[in-house]
Design a protein around this ligand. Sequence first.
Ligand code: CA
Length: 354
Amino acid sequence: MNNIKHLVAFFAVVALTCSLNATEKVYRLKLAASWANTVPILGVAPIEFQEMVETMSNGRLQVRIDDPNKHKAGLAVMDLTKTGQYDIGYTASYYYKGKDAKLSFFTTIPFGLLATEQHAWFEYGGGKELAQEVYDQHGLIHLQGGNTGMQMGGWFKKEITSLEDLKGLKVRIPGMGGEVMSKLGVLAVTVPLGELYTSLDRGTIDAVEWISPVFDINMGFQKVAKFYYTGWQEPASEIQFLFNKKSFENLPKDLQMIIETAASKVANRVMEKAMYQNALAWDKIETEHPDVKVASFPKEVLTALSKATDTILDEQASKDPLFKKILDSQRAFITKARAWTKMGDYAYINNTEK
Ligand code: CA
C-alpha cells in the first residue's frame, strides 16, 4: 500500500515538473515578515500569499518566508527589503515613521479614517498614488496587505474621568498615540513584550495599549485591568506588502499581476478574519470576565487628544510639502466620507439597536 502511495506521489511530482515548460524560468523570492506565524491573522497572511502565488504561477514563482525568529528584525523589515536582502516585506508602514513621518498615513493615524473609508481613499481618492510617491523615494513598491480594523484604546486599571486623571499616568502606548498622550501629561513608556503582563499586574504601569480583542486575549490583560477603553489612536491599521523595486520590475508582467492579485486577496482575508476573530475573542472575554467594563474617554479628554493630534500633524506638514499634500488629501476625504458613514452605518446601528 505504501509503495503505491509513493508511486502516486512520484508521478504527481513528475506531472507538476512536466507542466512547467522547460524554457520557463523559475523566480525565487525571499519574503521577510514582521510577525511570527504564531501571531493571529498576520502570522498566516504571508503563508497564504506564498501558497497563492506559487499555485497561480504554476510554480514559476517560489517564495521563501523568513519570520523574525530567523531575520531578527521584525521592526526593520522595510530596510531588509529596501537594501535587497529580501525581495518582499510583510510589515506595517507606520513602524518606520522615525525614518519618514509620511509612512504613518498608510497604516493609520489618530482620529483618521475607518478601514472602509481608508480603502476607498486609497483605491479611488488618490491614496495609492500618494503612497507610491512616498515609497518611490525608498526604492519600494507598495501593495496593501490587509486591515486589522479598529484598535482599542487600551487596558486601564483605573477609570479615567477627567484630563486630570491622565497626568503622570504610566501607559505603554507606542507610536503617534504615545506622542499625543504625552502632550496631555501621560508618561508613555516602553516595556519589553515579555514583561508587559507582569508590569500591568503589579501596577508598575497603569495601562497598556495593545491592539484589539483577538490579539489582546492571549496577553491576558483582561485578568488584571478592568477598563477596556475604546479607540481613537489607530482606527484602521493597514498592513503592507513592500517589494524591492528592482526585484519586482525584474519579473514578467504576468507574474507581477499574480503578485498584485494574491496580495489583494490576502488583504481581503485579513480584514474578514479580523472582524470574525475579534467578535469571537470579545465574546469570550466578556463571558469569562464579566467584570471587564468597556469604557470611553470623557469628551474633554477626546477633544484634547484630537487637538494634540492636529498640532503634531500640522507641525510636520509645515516642514514637509508631501506630508502636507497627504494630510490635506485625507482631511478633505474624511469630511465627505464621515458624513456618509454617519448617515449610513452609524445611524443604522443607533436606530436599530435592540
Ligand atoms: Ca496598538
